[in-house]
Design a protein around this ligand. Structure first.
Ligand SMILES: *Cc1c(COP(=O)(O)O)cnc(C)c1O
Length: 375
């Protein structure tokens, strides 16, 4: 039997479904020859703001810049600390460093992989200026408790919502979307995110008009009027062609997220009897959007090789906790400092979960895992 090919992510089916819509949207931008900001970007910003229930949405070049520009807009003092999880994509901490601030790493909850008010509290100091809860793999962090802690201590809360567009949480005042649950949020439209561009793209959200204004300036070199600069910003705009693609895809996001949840439920069911695997735990108050379906697996590296041999794509998000990265050596962390993040880096494995995957492929992946453990 020739092994099946099941990649971790396959975007070709999604494109085939929306080809006409997207190509029409792209063509109209090309016909207009308005590539930088303008009405197409503004229309998308308005649409995504309405969709997420936020007042202001400001497009930018990528998710990393979204984090960076929000941190720059804070006008913190050099050396101020920003608490970030040790278990996340590198950009969360890299942006803090590049903003001239000091990343302070905290541990995460072993079931949700997210920070909690308690893990943030353990890393707090008198220099803490901001905290960045990451909604890892598409499940929101417990924002109500995090906001309460930050409010009490006067810290800014920035959601890293790069993996969680469309995710919701039953918050103090009802359901709240990722991106609407703190002072500001950063989104990424990297192609592998749940809403993916045809290249790079990013977005910042906030409910504060003055803060949104600062973000709009920072993405165009820090000035409202051309050639007059109140701040030193940078060039970080959402490309009009990318905004057109994203606007065409936006109406389909809910359906794709729902299908990802259904895929996850199928895996949960198929893998329930495999005691060596711990399937994702969803907090009662959350609607997960499964940017990744990430299990904790005994003999993880061997399992990964076994699945590769069967043509099944997987990935390790993330193999080295951030406090142990060589670039942060001078911060003085040691192995053992953040044991949950370190344990996760040794046993997590992400399986294919994209919306077009289909039940037959899920059966294949689950069967290959079951076969590996001989259960
Ligand atoms: C993808 C991602 C980012 C960065 O987004 P880019 O658009 O790739 O710059 C930041 N944080 C997290 C958690 C991400 O997954």
């Amino acid at each position: 039997m020739t092994p099946v090919k099941i990649p971790l992510l396959d975007l070709t089916a999604q494109y085939a479904e929306l080809r006409a819509e997207i190509e029409g949207a792209l063509r109209s931008v090309v016909e207009s020859q308005r590539f930088i900001l303008g009405p197409v970007v503004e229309d998308f910003e308005r649409a995504v703001a309405a969709r997420l229930g936020v007042t202001y949405a400001v497009g930018c070049a990528n998710g990393t810049d979204a984090l960076l520009l929000v941190l720059r807009a804070l006008a913190a003092r050099p050396g101020d600390e920003v608490i970030v999880p040790a278990f996340t994509f590198f950009a969360t901490a890299g942006a803090v460093w590049n903003a001239g601030l000091r990343p302070v790493f905290c541990d995460v909850d072993p079931r949700t992989f997210n920070v909690t008010a308690a893990t943030l509290d353990a890393a707090w100091s008198t220099r803490t200026r901001a905290v960045i809860p990451v909604h890892l793999f598409g499940q929101m962090a417990p924002m109500e408790a995090i906001r309460a802690l930050a409010r009490e201590r006067g810290a800014f809360v920035l959601e890293d919502a790069a993996q969680a567009i469309g995710a919701q949480r039953a918050d103090t005042a009802g359901w709240v979307h990722a991106g609407a649950a703190a002072d500001a949020a950063a989104f990424s439209f990297f192609p592998s995110k749940n809403l993916g561009a045809f290249g790079d793209g990013g977005l910042m959200t906030t409910g504060d008009a003055a803060f949104a204004e600062r973000l709009r300036k920072l993405r165009v070199h820090g000035g409202e009027r051309m050639y007059h600069h109140e701040m030193v910003g940078t060039n970080s705009r959402l490309d009009a062609l990318q905004a057109a693609v994203l606007h065409a895809k936006l109406p389909h996001l809910d359906r794709w997220n729902e299908t990802r949840r259904q895929n996850a439920a199928l895996y949960d069911e198929r893998l329930r009897h495999v005691t060596e695997i711990c399937t994702p735990w969803v907090d009662q108050g959350n609607e997960h959007v499964f940017n990744q379906y990430t299990v904790r697996a005994q003999r993880r590296d061997e399992l990964k090789r076994h699945l590769e041999g069967q043509g099944i794509g997987t990935a390790i998000y993330y193999p080295l906790a951030l406090h142990l990265q060589p670039c942060f050596r001078e911060l003085g962390y040691r192995e053992g400092d953040l044991p949950v993040a370190e344990a996760l880096s040794r046993d997590v494995l992400s399986l294919p979960i994209y919306a077009e995957l289909g039940e037959a492929r899920i059966d294949c992946v689950a069967a290959a895992i079951t076969e590996f453990y001989g259960s």
